[in-house]
Every structure is written in C-alpha cells, then in structure tokens.
Design a protein around this ligand. Structure first.
Ligand SMILES: NC(=O)C1=CN([C@@H]2O[C@H](COP(=O)(O)OP(=O)(O)OC[C@H]3O[C@@H](n4cnc5c(N)ncnc54)[C@H](O)[C@@H]3O)[C@@H](O)[C@H]2O)C=CC1
Ligand SMILES: O=C([O-])CC(=O)C(=O)O
Length: 321
C-alpha cells in the first residue's frame, strides 16, 4: 500500500537556541500543545539531538504530529518563524541575574547573529538573563525592527503574583489576573491596583500588609527557586510563559501580556527594552498599552529602568569602570 501523500502538514517553525532546562521544556510544550515544529540547537555535543529524539519517541503516547530535531548546525534553523534565545548561564544561589551580564552578553549576541543570518524574517524572543539587557543586545545585533524583538519575563512574574494571590485568597487561579511592569530584577514593579480577582482589584480584598508580602515574594520569585534548587533556576513556569508568547504570535491571538519591548517615549522612557503590557500578534508587538500610573508607581518604573540602563552602559563601555 502506498501512503506517500499522507504525511501531516508542516506547522510554523520555531528555533530554540539553548537546549538547557528552559529550552528543552519549551520545546516539549510547543510540540505537545501542537503549536509548532521545533529545532533545538545547543553547543553541548549530543544533548539537543538526544533530547529531541526522546521527545519524538513520546509522540506515540502524546499523539501529536509535530516534529522536533536537535542540532548544533545553524543551517537547520533556516527560515524559522520565531527564534527563542535561551542560551547562556543560569545563576547559582547567592548570585543576582546581573552577575550573568558579561558572559551571557557575548553568547546572546553571537547566537542571535548566527540565527538571524538564516532567518532574516523571524521574530526574536529572548529569555536569557539579565533579560532586559539581553533583549536590547539581541535587537541591536539582529538589525530587526523593534517590534519584532521582545523578551519574556513579565508573563512569568505576573503568573507568580497570580499564584500567590490565588493561594492567599483560596480562589481559583482562573479568576486571578495580575500585572507586573519594569525590568526582570529586584526592582520589578508588581501593580496591585491592576491585579484582580474576576475584576475586583486585590486592594479591595487584601490588607496592605498582605499585599506587600505577596509583592515581595513575587519580586523574589526567581531567587526563592534558585535557593531551593541549589543548582540551576526555575524552568517549568518560564517555559510555560515563553510558550504563551509564542502561541500568541504564531496564531495572531492578540494576547495582551507584560513583555520586555522597545520603548520609544512610552511611559516617559526611550531607547530601552522594559516590561510593559503589549499586544502580541503575527508581526510581533502590535501595540504597547500605556497604563495610568500613580506618581509612586511611575517613580518605581523609572528606578527599574535606570538599573537596566546602568547595565546597558556597562556593556557599551566594554565592562571598564
Ligand atoms: N527571562 C526569564 O524569566 C528567565 C530567564 N532564565 C534564563 O534563561 C537562561 C537559560 O536557563 P536554563 O535553561 O535554566 O539554563 P541551562 O544551563 O539549563 O541551559 C542553558 C543552555 O545554553 C547552552 N548554551 C550556552 N552557550 C551556548 C551557545 N553559545 N550556543 C548555544 N547554546 C549555548 C548550554 O549548553 C545549555 O544547554 C539563563 O540565562 C537563565 O537565567 C531562566 C528562567 C526565567
Ligand atoms: O531567577 C533566575 O535566575 C531565573 C529567572 O529569571 C526567574 O526564575 O525569574
């Protein structure tokens, strides 16, 4: 019997650079949720190939027709719709994300250049830390329009905040929304006024002390996991968060999520990538939403932006004091 015309239609192509914890988990999510065919690229010999084969062999059980291939060869990434950058070091206990700046800057710039050379029409989604600076660097070397480059952090930070709110109030997470602005660091700006349970701001449901406690836990969310794990950092929730952004882009879903996007005057900030609410569609960032902020909220956002800018300056100066 000849079934040569029966192969499933190909899907969009997503390249994930860095087949570590975040990259491989994202690859799993993308194929098992039937979102995209995936190329997993890493410099660690055999790792991306082994992980991809393992995930392919799960298809008999998971029942999807998406493909995932592992490689160290950029030629296989040709014509990707989205390039996700997860390559680089993760922090260890006692380190800040900024401690990764020097080594990850080199990696992110190099891998982005290599990937964009094969997929000049791709959208780039950066995950590597320190996130806001890495996103800026990826944009700079990519030569892409700003709306085609973004960083993942706000979805994760908001998901953590949502989780803590739902646990505190003992309500379903399905009814909780949260907004977190700013850089993905200690100075991120969770916004209780814009965080709700089915439309009711949490400022009407929880005391100021309780909200402060949840906000602090959110800001410290990454470090809390790093200190528990002893080696490596969070990856399940980060992979889910990146997956949501990829899905919104590929399926033109117009999800509005906090993302590190290029600001050109919005929120009084310019020439910086920073977390703000953005609408993600097939061409990337379709719109940036400007929330009305109180003076205190705006000042906190400004402070967070200054920290990101200091690190950008450090990279620009070649790390000389
Ligand atoms: N933006 C966010 O919210 C989050 C960011 N992260 C960051 O994502 C990055 C990855 O985290 P994990 O996957 O947990 O780390 P990991 O150590 O498990 O994986 C990193 C992978 O990158 C690969 N790699 C290093 N240099 C490379 C190069 N030049 N080309 C290709 N591959 C290269 C390594 O071989 C390794 O497999 C870290 O910088 C981490 O801090 C992690 C979680 C959340
Ligand atoms: O904490 C880290 O280093 C990884 C990360 O960005 C997060 O989990 O938020």
């Amino acid at each position: 019997m000849n079934v040569q015309y029966c192969h499933p239609a190909p899907a969009s192509k997503v390249t994930i650079i860095g087949a570590g914890n975040v990259g491989s988990t994202l690859g799993q999510r993308l194929v098992e949720k039937d979102i995209a065919d995936v190329i997993l690229l890493d410099i660690d010999p055999g790792r991306p190939q082994g992980l991809a084969l393992d995930l392919m062999e799960a298809r008999g059980v998971e029942r999807h027709d998406r493909t995932i291939a592992g490689t160290d060869n950029y030629d296989l990434t040709q014509d990707s719709d989205i390039i996700v950058v997860t390559a680089g070091l993760a922090r260890k206990p006692g380190m800040s994300r900024e401690d990764l700046l020097k080594v990850n800057a080199q990696i992110v710039m190099e891998v982005t250049q290599q990937a964009i050379a094969r997929s000049p029409d791709a959208i780039v989604l950066v995950v590597t830390n320190p996130l806001d600076v890495m996103t800026y660097l990826a944009w700079k070397v990519s030569g892409l329009a700003p709306r085609r480059v973004m960083g993942m952090a706000g979805v994760l930070d908001a998901s953590r905040f949502q989780t803590f709110i739902a646990l505190e109030l003992r309500v379903s997470i399905k009814d909780v929304t949260a907004t977190v602005l700013g850089g993905h660091g200690d100075l991120m700006v969770p916004l209780p006024r814009y965080s709700t349970v089915n439309g009711i701001p949490i400022t009407e449901l929880l005391s100021a002390e309780t909200i402060d406690r949840l906000v602090e836990r959110t800001k410290n969310g990454g470090a809390e996991i790093v200190s528990l794990m002893k080696a490596g950092s969070a990856y399940f929730a980060p992979a889910s968060s990146a997956c949501l952004m990829v899905e919104s882009i590929l399926f033109n879903q117009a999800r509005i999520v906090p993302a590190a996007v290029y600001l050109d005057g919005e929120y009084g900030l310019a020439d910086i990538f920073l977390g703000v609410p953005a609408c993600l569609k097939r061409d990337g960032v379709a719109q940036i939403l400007e929330l009305q902020l109180t003076e205190t909220e705006q000042a906190a956002l400004q402070k967070s932006a200054e920290a990101v800018r200091q690190n950008l300056d450090l990279v620009a100066s070649g790390f000389s004091p």
